[in-house]
Design a protein around this ligand. Structure first.
Ligand SMILES: Nc1ncnc2c1ncn2[C@@H]1O[C@H](COP(=O)(O)OP(=O)(O)OP(=O)(O)O)[C@@H](O)[C@H]1O
Ligand SMILES: [Mg+2]
Length: 381
């Protein structure tokens, strides 16, 4: 594992944008990917991920702005002069060459004769040492993808760009390869910029995720930070599921803001509210489904004081093994989602049952109500 902290593998985008005619695929974007990090660009189809990646690679000329790798401005350099390699979804191995020669390709092209040691090391890294003399069609999809990674890494790029590299694989193999790629990145220590539309994939692998929407980065942060503290409805809905309740801000200061939703008063930490919390203003109160507890209305007395609470009726429930997922209709908000771990299941909690939902005010976040409450819901589905 690499321990140096020089910044030669930083990727810095300054004011970079791309327009096609009157259409803006990427709005001016400032972004720094630190050396050695695993960075994910996450967003729905058409939001500008590939375009951004191609501008880093030099395959697409930016309309405005610059790309720097470490201290070097590479904006004017052709792709082959940039210390960058790309792995695409269709990894296009050379079918007539065996695995060894596929991986050796970059070295041979540079006129390097003694490739054996390096190729063997690379095949070891991606755990394909045994497969060296097979042809690509004799390998599984996941193995072929690892050959593509080895083929790119043997050129010792400072940055590896990956554009939906696991897109062609089935779910189980994808999961395996996510862990595998993460291991490889940790081992070689170079900067990975990974493009995906799969939020789980981005969260599993990346140190930092940039959530893109319609050509803009909406929010950037660690997976946990994005999940716990989304600042837009798009991020709240695209990353996992959020319940968003329309509410009105009450008066009063302090660390918690009191808001009114129907005839309920809910509390939310001021520090977790990204909306302007002016008295009488509108705010969207957010809470994740797994943070909510659900009890039958007959047991309402058992709900501890100080909890946010809402009453409703179970509209739907699905048992999925580790948890049961409920949909609850409340006068305060329709279609609230609640995930309850299956520890002791209450047989009364079936569709039609009157229930009380409650959760800690600390698990509540606040968003600006001037946004589309449903942004990102369709895209994430
Ligand atoms: N050469 C081009 N000419 C015109 N429009 C383009 C061109 N390349 C991309 N676009 C448009 O720019 C937008 C962003 O495309 P891009 O390929 O970056 O999306 P993406 O986020 O990678 O999507 P996906 O997840 O489907 O791969 C899309 O609306 C696309 O149609
Ligand atoms: Mg793409």
């Amino acid at each position: 594992m690499k321990t140096t902290t020089d910044s030669s593998g930083d990727v810095r985008l300054s004011g970079i944008s791309k327009t096609y005619g009157s259409f803006t695929a990427v709005h001016p974007l400032d972004l720094t990917v630190p050396e050695g990090s695993f960075f994910a660009l996450l967003g729905a189809s058409g939001c500008g991920k590939t375009t951004t990646l191609r501008m880093i690679a030099g395959l697409e000329e930016p309309t405005t702005g610059t790309v720097s790798l470490g201290e070097q401005d590479v904006t004017a350099l052709p792709p082959y002069k940039r210390p960058v390699n790309t792995v695409f979804q269709s990894y296009a191995l050379f079918p007539h060459l065996d695995i060894f020669e596929n991986v050796a390709f970059g070295l041979r092209r540079r006129g390097i004769k003694s490739v054996k040691k390096q190729v063997e090391e690379m095949l070891e890294l991606v755990q394909l040492g045994e497969q060296a003399r097979k042809k690509p069609h004799q390998l599984s999809g996941g193995q072929q993808q690892r050959v593509a990674v080895a083929r790119a890494l043997i050129n010792h790029p400072k940055v590896l760009l990956l554009d939906e590299p696991l897109g062609a694989l089935d779910l189980k193999l994808r999961r395996q390869m996510q862990l595998e790629l993460k291991r490889i990145q940790t081992e070689v220590g170079i900067t990975f910029v990974h493009v995906t539309h799969d939020q789980e994939e981005a969260m599993t692998m990346a140190d930092t995720v940039a959530v893109m929407n319609a050509g803009r980065v909406e929010q950037l942060g660690s997976p946990a930070d994005l999940y716990e503290n989304p600042r837009t409805t798009f991020v709240a809905n695209f990353l996992g599921t959020s319940n968003l309740i329309e509410a009105e801000t009450g008066s009063g200061g302090g660390d918690e803001i009191a808001v009114r939703a129907g005839d309920c008063t809910l509390l939310l930490p001021r520090a977790r509210c990204s909306a302007p919390a002016t008295a009488g203003g509108k705010v969207l109160v957010g809470v994740r489904p797994e943070k909510i507890s659900l009890v039958h209305a007959d047991d309402a007395g058992s709900v501890p004081a100080g909890r946010n609470r809402i009453t409703g009726t179970i509209a739907d429930s699905s048992f999925i093994g580790v948890s049961t997922q409920y949909v609850v209709d409340s006068p305060v908000c329709p279609r609230l989602e609640v995930y309850a771990q299956n520890i002791e299941r209450d047989a009364r909690l079936v569709p039609g049952a009157e229930v009380v939902l409650h959760w800690s005010p600390a698990h509540t976040f606040g968003l600006d109500a001037a946004q589309d409450i449903g942004a990102g819901v369709e895209e994430a589905a």
